[in-house]
Design a protein around this ligand. Structure first.
Ligand code: ADP
Ligand code: TRP
Length: 317
């Protein structure tokens, strides 16, 4: 089974990214042939600063390696190091109905948030389909927000195969229902667009955790933990026993949010301090990082080559 996922280097990764996307990828690492790429072409739809894009691309690679990506088990590459995806995106574009893209929520959402209506943003799902189909992926782990893009991919797979013969494998989305929406410091979904994130290696983690919005129930009163951001975040880091102990303390009363926040911060450090130590080592050797990315690109291009050969022949080139 081939498993593929991509992540945009459009900002620093945060707790929502870790628990919503990275962790399930690491868990799948043992289960198949894994590919993970940094979608720098996709990030260009919103990032217009070359240096920022280049730096963010490396940061994402470092974060993944620090938190558990094993380059011996997962092929990690930069999207731009496999330029054939652009070529395939064009072939797919030529059979993509405009209406299919016009219906995409993420495009409409970006428009509603005041982004400029560019062709890149509009055609984004076609490039994503190319990423997936070129690698003949069976399974694509993504967040709920990407479900529709996977449907577009499946649609384009079918259209291409109908027109040119059975070339692409039909991919399935892998959206673990158990992965909740991780709340941010203001209680809404944690997202860089909402400025409510706590980054993976946030120097102001303490300040942000202590600043998580809570209600004003007095300390001594019992509180319902479910739905409370501090508790919901603690659940992600803590063991089952620790989680139950916090829930019981909240329900019993006499347990305040300040104490709970300190526990959350400790649990965060327990998990992330070893990752931070690994990251500090990785940062010292930029050549080694580049080698991993180059090696990944070589493997990814080799995996894409037989499909692209069939595709070019089928479309008449
Ligand atoms: P952001 O919302 O900060 O821009 P992205 O859309 O780049 O984050 O998300 C990248 C991946 O991380 C996606 O698979 C997405 O589903 C997951 N993810 C991001 N934020 C959260 C969250 N708050 N809860 C769960 N998963 C999340
Ligand atoms: N659109 C995805 C996101 O924003 C990133 C992405 C691009 C992707 N190409 C992909 C994810 C291919 C999975 C497979 O999260």
């Amino acid at each position: 089974m081939r498993i593929l996922t991509g992540i945009q280097p459009s900002g620093k990764l945060h707790w929502g990214n870790y628990f919503g996307a990275m962790k399930s990828m690491f868990d799948l690492q043992e289960k198949g042939e894994n590919f993970m790429f940094i979608a720098n072409f996709h990030a260009m739809t919103t990032v217009r600063d070359g240096k920022a894009l280049r730096d963010a691309t490396k940061e994402v690679a470092l974060d993944y390696l620090a938190c558990g990506l094993d380059p011996n088990k997962t092929v990690m590459y930069r999207q731009s190091d496999v330029p054939e995806v652009q070529e395939l995106a064009w072939y797919l574009s030529c059979l993509t109905p405009m209406g299919l893209l016009e219906r995409c929520h993420s495009y409409k959402d970006k428009m509603a948030h005041g982004f400029e209506a560019t062709h890149g943003l509009f055609a984004y799902p076609v490039l994503m389909a190319a990423d997936i189909l070129i690698m003949n992926a069976d399974l694509v782990p993504v967040g709920k927000d990407q479900k529709q893009h996977l449907e577009v991919t499946r649609d384009l797979c079918q259209k291409f195969n109908n027109a040119y013969g059975e070339i692409f494998k039909m991919p399935d989305a892998y959206i673990p229902e158990t992965v909740a929406t991780i709340p941010g410091t203001d209680g809404q979904k944690m997202s860089k667009s909402y400025h409510n994130t706590i980054e993976l290696f946030d120097v102001s983690a303490k300040k942000k955790v202590m600043g998580i919005q809570t209600d004003s129930t007095p300390m001594e009163e019992p509180k319902e933990p479910e739905g409370n951001s501090v508790y919901e975040l603690y659940k992600l880091f803590a063991t089952k026993e620790e989680t139950e102990a916090m829930a019981a303390a909240f329900r019993a009363g006499g347990y305040g949010y300040g104490t709970a926040k300190k526990e959350l911060l400790n649990a965060y450090h327990r998990l992330f301090d070893p990752f931070k130590a690994r990251r500090d080592e990785l940062v010292k050797d930029p050549d080694a990082l580049e080698d991993i990315l180059q090696e990944g690109a070589k493997k990814a291009r080799a995996a894409a080559a037989p499909t692209m050969e069939k595709v070019r022949k089928a479309v008449g080139l």
